[in-house]
Design a protein around this ligand. Structure first.
Ligand code: G6P
Ligand code: MG
Length: 479
C-alpha cells in the first residue's frame, strides 16, 4: 500500500466527540487532533483527548494532540435579537460604553476597549472574516463611528480585524495563561499560539509551558499582517517556534485574499528552510460542512498545499461541527495521495548549494540525498530521542518513508505531524550494539514494510539517549 506522506490535522468538536466518531476519524487517517480552546469547556477537551489516546493505542496508531489557544481575538459584543442586518451606506457605531447584550442595527458593544484608541479615520474594519466591512468616519469618546461599505447579516461575538493589521492586543490573554496550564496537565504534544507578533510572544508561551511542566512543541499561527510584512519579521517568528501554521482566516482578512496564495508559499518555504514544521489551515474543504463532496476548487487548494510541501493540512469547522467529518478526512487523504504522485513531490532541490550548521543536520540531509539517488532504498530508519533528526530529514522532498525509532511516547506522537515520517516504537538500549542494525530492520520486515533485497538507510549517534548526537549513517541490505 502507498503511504500518505502529508499529515491531516482535524479539529474535534460537537460533531466529533463520541467514541464511534473518533474511531472512524482515526481509521480515515487522522494524524493530529486539534482541540480548539476558543470553544468548549476544559472537561470537553479532557474527554476528547482521553478518547483519542485510548482509541489510537487500541489501533496501534500514533495521533498527536494539539491545543489551540484562543488569543486576543477582538470581537463585537451581542445583539438584543442575536443578529442584525446591515445595509451598505448606513452608519454603524462600535462602543465600549454600550451595554454588552443590547446591540442594535445602529450600535453594538465591543469586548476590547482599546479598539477605540487604535482606530484612525479612514481605517477599514473587517467583521466576521470580512463578510461585513466598515470604514471609520470619526472616533469620539467611547465610540467609533463608521459607515457600512459591505453589508449583510451580523451576529453575536463576531471577530474584528483591521485591513493592514496593527491592532495592538497583546498575544497571550489571561484565558490563554489558564489554558497553557490545562495543556500541560493534559500532556498535549503541541500548543498553537494565536496572533503572535514577535518572537518574544512565543518565548513567553514557552516559559509558561515549561513552568507548568509541559514538553509541548509550540506552533506560531501566522495570522497578522505584521508577521508577514518582511522576511525578517517572519523568520524571527519561525525561529522562535517549533513550527508554524498558515492561519489563512485572519491572515487573509488582514492582507487581502489576493495576496494570500503567494504568502502561503513563502511561509511554507521559509519554515522548511529553517527546519520547522508547517501546517496549512482554514477553509480547505469548507463546503463539506454541509456536503458529502468537496468542490473542485477545494480539491485544488488541498493539492496545491501538498505540492507546496506543507507537512500537514488542517480541518476546522468541517470536522468540529460539520455534517460529514469522517467523509472530509477521507476526501482529504485521497486528495493528498493523488497530489503526492506528482513528480515535484519527490524531487528535491532543497538547500543544494547551501552550507549546513550542525553535524546531525549534515548526516540527516546526506541520508536523504543518498535515499533519493539510490533506487534500491525503500526505507530510512532514524534513531531519535526528540524527533529532531527525522524532522530535519523530512524537510527534504522524497518518496522514501522515514521511520522514527524512539522509546519515548512524547516523540512517538509528536512526529505524527511531520511529512513522510512514521513511528515505530524502539529502544536501542535493549540491544547489543552489534545486533542493533538487524533488530531495527527486523521491525520493518515484521510489518511488511521491506523485503529481502531492499536497501535501508539507518542514522544514529555513538551513544544512546543523546539528543543532537546523530553522527553516522549506514546503508544496509535486507537479507
Ligand atoms: C537515539 C540514538 C542516538 C542519537 C539520538 C538522536 O538516542 O540512539 O545515538 O544520537 O537518538 O536524537 P535526536 O533527538 O537528536 O534526533
Ligand atoms: Mg485565527
Amino acid at each position: 500500500p502507498v503511504l500518505r506522506r502529508t499529515k491531516i490535522v482535524a479539529t474535534l468538536g460537537p460533531s466529533t466527540s463520541t467514541p464511534e466518531r473518533i474511531e472512524a476519524m482515526i481509521r480515515a487517517g487522522l494524524d493530529v487532533a486539534r482541540l480548539n480552546f476558543s470553544h468548549g469547556s476544559a472537561d470537553d477537551h479532557r474527554e476528547r483527548a482521553r478518547l483519542v489516546r485510548e482509541i489510537a493505542a487500541r489501533q496501534g496508531r500514533f495521533v498527536a494532540l494539539m491545543g489551540d489557544l484562543q488569543g486576543p481575538k477582538i470581537r463585537i459584543a451581542r445583539f438584543t435579537d442575536k443578529q442584525v442586518q446591515l445595509q451598505v451606506g448606513q452608519p454603524f457605531t462600535l462602543s465600549r460604553a454600550h451595554p454588552k447584550e443590547a446591540g442594535t442595527a445602529s450600535i453594538v458593544g465591543i469586548d476590547y476597549p482599546e479598539l477605540v484608541q487604535d482606530c484612525r479615520v479612514g481605517d477599514e474594519l473587517l467583521l466576521d472574516d470580512g463578510r461585513v466591512v466598515l470604514v471609520v468616519d470619526r472616533v469620539e469618546g467611547d465610540e467609533v463611528h463608521t459607515t457600512v461599505t459591505v453589508g449583510g447579516p451580523l451576529s453575536n461575538n463576531k471577530g474584528i480585524n483591521r485591513r493592514g493589521g496593527g491592532l495592538s492586543a497583546p498575544s497571550l490573554t489571561d484565558k490563554d495563561r489558564v489554558d497553557i496550564k490545562l495543556a500541560a496537565e493534559m500532556e498535549l504534544d503541541y500548543v498553537a499560539v494565536s496572533f503572535p507578533r514577535y518572537g518574544s510572544d512565543i518565548d513567553e508561551a514557552r516559559t509558561l509551558l515549561a513552568a507548568a511542566g509541559s514538553q509541548a512543541w509550540i506552533i506560531a499561527k501566522i495570522e497578522r499582517a505584521e508577521a508577514v510584512a518582511d522576511d525578517e519579521a517572519l523568520d524571527a517568528l519561525i525561529r522562535a517556534s517549533d513550527g508554524v501554521m498558515v492561519a489563512r482566516g485572519d491572515l487573509g482578512v488582514e492582507v487581502g485574499d489576493a495576496e494570500l496564495v503567494g504568502i502561503q508559499k513563502r511561509i511554507i518555504q521559509h519554515a522548511r528552510t529553517l527546519n520547522k514544521v508547517v501546517i496549512t489551515a482554514t477553509q480547505m474543504m469548507e463546503s463539506m460542512i454541509s456536503s458529502p463532496m468537496p468542490t473542485r476548487a477545494e480539491v485544488s487548494d488541498v493539492a496545491n498545499a501538498v505540492l507546496d510541501y506543507t507537512d500537514a493540512v488542517m480541518l476546522s469547522a468541517e470536522s468540529a461541527s460539520g455534517q460529514y467529518p469522517v467523509e472530509t478526512v477521507q476526501a482529504m487523504a485521497r486528495v493528498c495521495l493523488g497530489a503526492e504522485k506528482h513528480p515535484t513531490s519527490t524531487k528535491s532541490h532543497h538547500r543544494l548549494g547551501e552550507t549546513f550548521s550542525r553535524c546531525d543536520e549534515t548526516i540527516a540531509l546526506a541520508a536523504m540525498y543518498a535515499a533519493n539517488h539510490f533506487p534500491g532504498v525503500k526505507a530510512i530508519i532514524s534513531l531519535t530521542e526528540s524527533g529532531h533528526t527525522p524532522l530535519i530529514m523530512s524537510r527534504i522532498r522524497s518518496g522514501v518513508p522515514i521511520y522514527c525509532y524512539s522509546p519515548h511516547s512524547v516523540t512517538q506522537n509528536r512526529v505524527a505531524m511531520f511529512r513522510g515520517v512514521y513511528t515505530i516504537p524502539f529502544a536501542p538500549s535493549d540491544y547489543e550494539p552489534a545486533d542493533l542494525s538487524n533488530a531495527a530492520i527486523e521491525e520493518l520486515r515484521r510489518r511488511n514494510l521491506v523485503q529481502t533485497g531492499d536497501w535501508v538507510i539507518l542514522t544514529k549517534g555513538d551513544f544512546y539517549r543523546d539528543s543532537g548526537g546523530t553522527n553516522g549513517m549506514k546503508i544496509l541490505l535486507v537479507d
